[in-house]
Structures are given as structure tokens and as C-alpha cells.
Ligand binder design. Structure first.
Ligand SMILES: Cc1cc2nc3c(=O)[nH]c(=O)nc-3n(C[C@H](O)[C@H](O)[C@H](O)COP(=O)(O)OP(=O)(O)OC[C@H]3O[C@@H](n4cnc5c(N)ncnc54)[C@H](O)[C@@H]3O)c2cc1C
Length: 295
């Protein structure tokens, strides 16, 4: 990207993800749920789009057609808080605060963290790090030494996810690798926020029913376990208490009441139905009605 072609930055995000396949969407769900403002750019060649019918992703008894899988995963990312735009990334540049990324339509976005999650459509990487990322054959030629886990690269704030990263060429593997990238990114953000190393790396995106993990008071349990999370850190008393409060608050939020679990089940099923074929829904509804009439 040249200075002459640079337009005003339209929006700023904590995370911009290039690619809205299963890899990019997986990262986006995690980063949004953590509270990072996240934009997914999604346009161009797609591996997912070439699959005739996805038979080997858990949770779909008779497989799932790709348009429906794509819509379901995008709806999930949007509900988690991601913005998704049908724009293609064409170039990127490092800035003092992170990166700027430019799209085919000339829009520019600023971001602290940038995730490359599109193997086909990765040419924009040539504009970063003086072309060091792509080898002569167009394959990702990054220096992976010391960066093989959590999707990190030799450039701070730049991550790879899905097929473009280290994932074998299957959708479920791309999702798993991207989940690891998301956790690596979140660990890095937490470290940058000033959390001690062990605490920064202790992050789980869990939801469970109150009382299902320990018998007793959950809040008291997490309050008591906090010291072991920071035992190697040199903290003042005030900082210890501040971090403990944040830790307890987040852990307490993960536990939901049985009534809330039922409500989430109802909402989850309702959202699924919205994406199913109308004829299939009506056929099944007629079957259910007939079954009920028999009683
Ligand atoms: C012919 C074929 C059949 C396959 N069949 C199966 C199968 O049956 N089961 C299975 O598990 N796996 C299968 N795979 C592998 C599977 O498709 C990939 O492992 C998986 O889709 C990788 O996910 P991803 O998110 O990394 O990339 P992709 O699925 O490629 O998603 C990348 C996304 O980024 C977008 N994009 C591209 N360039 C840009 C850009 N510059 N800016 C913004 N957005 C961009 C694309 O539009 C796309 O939506 C198949 C692959 C192929 C090629």
C-alpha cells in the first residue's frame, strides 16, 4: 500500500480477520466473546465453497450442505458480536499500533491484531514484511521457528488460522487449529493488558450449570484458587486484589442457572430452525402433529 493510495481509515478494531471460512469464523467467535471488537472480511476463493456436502463435521447426523453451514457459522459469529463484511483484502501495512488493511473497494481498517485465514486469496500478505511471508511458489514462507503453536508468527500481532496455518486439509482440523490461534491471540492481549504470565495464559471460554463443577460455593472456590494462578508474580496487595476481583467476576459469569440453561436451549433450537429448509421444517411439524394426535 502506498501513501498516495491511502484513504482515511474508516473503522478501527481490536481484531481484523481476513477470511470468513471455518477458520476465520472460529477465531472471531472466540475474540468477540472475549470482548474484542472484531471484523471479518470475507470475499474471494474459498475451499469450503468447493465441498459438495460436508459429511465429517461433528453434530450433523446426515452431513450438512455448505450454504447452510456457512450461514449457520456466520450467524453464530454475528451473535457473538463480530461484524462481517463481504469485502476482499488486497493489501496491509504495519503501523505503530498494529496494522492497516485495505480492501478491493478502497476501504481501510485499522486493527491491533490481524488474522490471516484464507489460503486461497493470500496475496495481500506479499505487502507485509517486505514480501517475506510468501515464497516464490506463493506458499506461506514465514519463519515458523518458535511460532508454531497458537497461530503466532514472527510479527507481533499477526496470526494465521485454518488451512493457511498449520491445519491439515479438513474442515474440522481447520476449526480446531483456529481455536488454538484464537486462544493464543487472547493470551497475548491479556499479557499486553498487564496480566502476569500464568494468569494471561489461563483463559477458558466455558459455560456450565451452577453447582455442576464443585459441591459448594463456586465464588468462594474460585476466590480461593486465585493465589495459585499468580504465585510466580510479584504483585502489590492492591494489584492482587484487583486481579482477584476480575478473575472471580469472569468465573462467576461462566456459571448459569438451570432456568437459563433451558432458555438457551430454547433459543438455540429456534435459531437453528431459522436456517433449515422450510419444507423440511413443515414436513417435520406435520409428523409431530400426527404423532400427537395418536395420543
Ligand atoms: C475440492 C475440495 C473438497 C473438500 N472437501 C472436504 C470435505 O468433504 N470435508 C472436509 O472436512 N474438508 C474438505 N475440504 C477441505 C476444506 O475445504 C478446508 O480444510 C477448509 O475449508 C479450510 O477452512 P479455512 O477457513 O481455512 O479456509 P476457506 O474454507 O478457504 O475459507 C476462506 C474464506 O476466506 C475468503 N477469502 C479468500 N480470500 C480473501 C481475501 N483476500 N479477503 C477476504 N476474504 C477472503 C473466502 O471467500 C472464504 O470464505 C475440501 C477442499 C477442497 C478444495
Amino acid at each position: 500500500m502506498t501513501n498516495e493510495s491511502r484513504t482515511a481509515v474508516t473503522e478501527e478494531y481490536d481484531v481484523v480477520i481476513v477470511g470468513g471460512g471455518v477458520g476465520g469464523v472460529t477465531v472471531g467467535v472466540f475474540t468477540s466473546r472475549y470482548g474484542l471488537s472484531t471484523l471479518i472480511l470475507d470475499r474471494g476463493r474459498s475451499s469450503l465453497g468447493r465441498i459438495a456436502h460436508l459429511e465429517n463435521f461433528p453434530g450433523f447426523p446426515a452431513g450438512i450442505d455448505i450454504p447452510t453451514f456457512h450461514k449457520l457459522s456466520h450467524a453464530q459469529a454475528e451473535r457473538a458480536g463480530c461484524e462481517i463484511t463481504r469485502e476482499k483484502a488486497v493489501s496491509a501495512a504495519q503501523t505503530a499500533d498494529g496494522f492497516r488493511i485495505e480492501t478491493e473497494t478502497g476501504d481501510e481498517y485499522a486493527t491491533k491484531s490481524l488474522v490471516a485465514a484464507a489460503k486461497y486469496g493470500r496475496e495481500w500478505l506479499e505487502t507485509l514484511d517486505e514480501g517475506e511471508f510468501l515464497g516464490a511458489d506463493g506458499e506461506v514462507d514465514i519463519n515458523w521457528e518458535g511460532h508454531k503453536r497458537y497461530g503466532r508468527t514472527s510479527v507481533d500481532g499477526l496470526y494465521f488460522a485454518g488451512r493457511l496455518g498449520t491445519a491439515e486439509d479438513q474442515v474440522v482440523v481447520a476449526a480446531g487449529q483456529a481455536g488454538e490461534t484464537a486462544l493464543g491471540l487472547i493470551h497475548d492481549v491479556r499479557r499486553d493488558e498487564g496480566l502476569p504470565e500464568d494468569l494471561a495464559a489461563h483463559y477458558t471460554d466455558w459455560v456450565f450449570v451452577e453447582g455442576s463443577i464443585i459441591n459448594g460455593d463456586w465464588e468462594e472456590h474460585v476466590r480461593n484458587e486465585f493465589p495459585e494462578r499468580v504465585e510466580d508474580a510479584d504483585l502489590s496487595e492492591a494489584r492482587f486484589e484487583e486481579l482477584r476481583s476480575q478473575y472471580v467476576e469472569r468465573k462467576v459469569e461462566q456459571a448459569i442457572a438451570p432456568g437459563e440453561q433451558r432458555e438457551r436451549r430454547r433459543r438455540g433450537h429456534r435459531r437453528l430452525v431459522e436456517h433449515l429448509d422450510d419444507d423440511a421444517v413443515l414436513d417435520r411439524a406435520a409428523e409431530i402433529e400426527a404423532e400427537m394426535d395418536e395420543y
